[in-house]
Design a protein around this ligand. Structure first.
Ligand code: FE
Length: 148
């Protein structure tokens, strides 16, 4: 892991799963501006621009804001939607959900269960075995390959 990248974020941890409830001003200070806009203001990166959309590495995807484990690469699937997509979470409770009524739609917003960062949305058109599609912003994710 690139520790330097998170040097300004003392709450980042790959092992501590305790919930974080920090004020917006703190996140604004510790996150890079582009990640802050997605994580704390629900911005969406442009389709087909994210670094993990076509990515097929074997490993774990962590929350880029807090280090919480979110998805395993085995749950990633090739989606045509333009964002990295997964059919299940890394473990129960690692994600949180909220109804999103923006843009005249009713969608399920997906948040990090540890820090509350906006990650993306959940749809019911995914592949077996779950039928779910966790449609994520690449910028909200941080991939770490498995150790050989
Ligand atoms: Fe998080």
């Amino acid at each position: 892991m690139n520790q330097k990248k998170h040097a300004s974020n003392p709450w980042y941890s790959r092992t501590d799963t305790s919930k974080l409830e920090l004020p917006d001003s703190t996140w604004k200070r510790v996150l890079p501006p582009d990640l802050y806009e997605v994580a704390r203001h629900g911005e969406t990166e442009r389709a087909f621009t994210g670094r993990y959309r076509d990515f097929e590495g074997i490993g774990t995807y962590y929350c880029a804001a807090c280090g919480n484990a979110l998805f395993r690469s085995e749950a990633k699937f090739a989606s045509t939607c333009g964002w990295p997509s997964f059919f299940e979470a890394e473990r129960p409770g690692t994600l949180a959900y909220r109804t999103d009524r923006s843009f005249g739609m009713v969608r399920t917003e997906v948040l990090c269960g540890r820090c509350g960062a906006h990650l993306g949305h959940l749809f019911d058109d995914g592949p077996p075995p779950t039928g779910k599609r966790f449609c994520m912003n690449s910028i909200s994710l941080e991939f770490e390959p498995d150790r050989k």
